[in-house]
Ligand binder design. Structure first.
Ligand code: 6PG
Length: 468
């Protein structure tokens, strides 16, 4: 019955469902009923046994508890009270591997375990979040309609909730959603920094730029709230709010999981990785404090007009954002193959169209791309997205080159451009790396002109041997 849990319970009740509610400390349940009991049909319980007894069969017990050990503890208490066919639904930000483990162990008791992503923060939980459920298809038959009823609705009216695949598929997609969220936020942060330091715009002016951008291809919740945050003035000092906040970004771990998992799967999610490291760098006070005044560099402003510069930054932001999404989808596809989830690639973007933190106009276009061609090698291979990134090229390069010459760090923009350039290069320096590997470790290499695997006798006469 913390905020997310009680808001979701209220959302269920607002849709006409009878909702049993339970919290480990009963006072929280009492408070929630005192504040919101009149909004719908609630059955408050003061013990887990009473909570379970008040549920209709097959029981649907949804957990909104802190991810990790807390979730395991509640599951251990709940399982003996449930019967075959009942369901436990975990709506927390659990790691997908934990969800796979929990699903397998709970299944032994004939109980369904549904790990589901829930995005949209407190307001989303109350008014309609984006919901990303995994678990068995059988559990979705009776659970799905309830979750769909309380979920956000996309502009075309479809619920932002659908079954993504078995066991950990839902939590995996939520994890990648959060990774993309990190990347979106970092890119927006870099765009702000460029406008602020690179063309001396004030936060209130930059707020107007973001408001303007929100009316175009960048239209999204994060751009919208960026304008709000930048336009806000600190009541105490009268200074821009953004200037009184300590510049250290926190993280609870979902971005890190996205990157760790991508490393395991061998998927380059460079945009998400840079965004995650940028948060760590901002909070790395030992290095930032310790190196203050020691490192030198330029501090320059653009010669372009603010309007021209903002237009370049907008194009670079959109292109970098498309790259980050392409990488996130690559990770979902790789995990789906690795774990046999068979995720329909058009679903995550469809579910992210409303309710969630990364909701954005262009998710409709991404959904259409995957729906019409699920076998594309990358989102960037879709002609409409290839056209956007290709056309953004000159502006993107101007922005990254300017940032380097002006000493403004843009790890998100520049890594996205490097990814784009890597993909379009016909030859990469990886050939040299293969040569080095063969030199020091006889790791072998393949040739461009004939089949087989080769090794050069680097320490001897440099003759080449065909190894297989
Ligand atoms: C959402 C958010 C939500 C939350 C994350 C942020 O989809 O509603 O992603 O899950 O805001 O916990 O994580 P950090 O604290 O790591 O930024």
């Amino acid at each position: 019955m913390a905020v997310m849990g009680s808001n979701l319970a209220r959302n269920f009740a607002h849709h006409g469902y009878t909702v049993a509610v339970y919290n480990r400390s009963p006072q929280r349940t009492r408070d929630m009923i005192a504040d919101h009991g009149s909004e719908g049909d609630f059955l408050p319980a003061e013990s887990l046994a009473d909570f379970v007894a008040s549920l209709e069969r097959p029981r649907k017990a949804m957990l909104m508890v802190q991810a990790g050990k807390g979730t395991d503890a509640v599951i251990a208490e709940l399982v003996p009270l449930l019967e075959e066919g009942d369901m436990i639904i975990d709506g927390g930000n659990a790691h997908f591997a934990d969800t796979m483990r929990r699903e397998a162990s709970v299944r032994e008791h004939g109980i369904h375990f549904v790990g589901t992503g829930v995005s949209g923060g407190e307001e989303g939980a109350l008014k309609g979040p984006s919901i990303m459920p995994g678990g068995s298809a059988e559990s979705y038959e009776s659970l799905g309609p309830i979750l769909e009823a309380v979920s956000a609705k996309a502009p075309d009216g479809t619920p932002c909730c659908a079954h993504l695949g078995p066991d950990g598929a839902g939590h995996f997609v939520k994890m990648v959603h959060n990774g993309i969220e990190y990347s979106d936020m970092q890119l927006i942060g870099e765009a702000y920094d460029l406008l602020r330091r690179g063309s001396a715009m004030r936060p209130a002016e930059i707020a107007d730029v973001f408001t303007d951008w929100n009316a175009g291809e960048l239209e999204s919740y994060l751009i919208e709230i960026t304008a709000e945050v930048l336009g806000h003035t600190d009541a105490e000092t009268g200074r821009p709010f953004v200037d009184v906040v300590v510049d250290q970004a926190g993280q609870k771990g979902t971005g890190r999981w996205t990157v760790q998992t991508a490393l395991d799967l061998g998927v380059p999610v460079t945009g998400i990785a840079e965004a995650t490291f940028a948060r760590a760098l901002s909070s790395g006070t030992v290095q930032r404090e310790g190196l203050k005044g020691l490192l030198d560099g330029p501090n320059a402003e653009t010669t372009a007009t603010p309007k021209e510069f903002a237009s370049d930054v907008r194009k670079a932001l959109y292109a970098s954002k498309i790259v980050a999404y392409a990488q996130g989808f690559d990770e979902i596809r790789a995990a789906s193959a690795e774990y046999g989830w068979d995720i329909d690639l058009g679903l995550p973007s469809a579910l992210w169209r409303s309710g969630c933190i990364i909701r954005a106009g262009f998710l409709d276009d991404i959904t259409k791309v995957w729906r019409s061609n699920p076998n594309l090698p990358s989102l960037l291979a879709a002609p409409e997205f290839a056209k956007i990134v290709n056309e953004a090229g000159p502006a993107w390069r101007r922005v990254v080159a300017f940032a380097a010459s002006a000493g403004i760090p843009v790890p998100g923009f520049s890594s996205a451009l490097a990814y784009f350039d890597s993909l379009r290069s016909s030859r990469l320096p990886a050939a040299l790396i293969q040569g080095q590997r063969d030199f020091f470790g006889a790791h072998t290499y393949k040739r461009t002109d004939k089949d087989g695997v080769y090794h050069t006798d680097w320490s001897g006469d440099r003759s080449e041997e065909k190894m297989s």
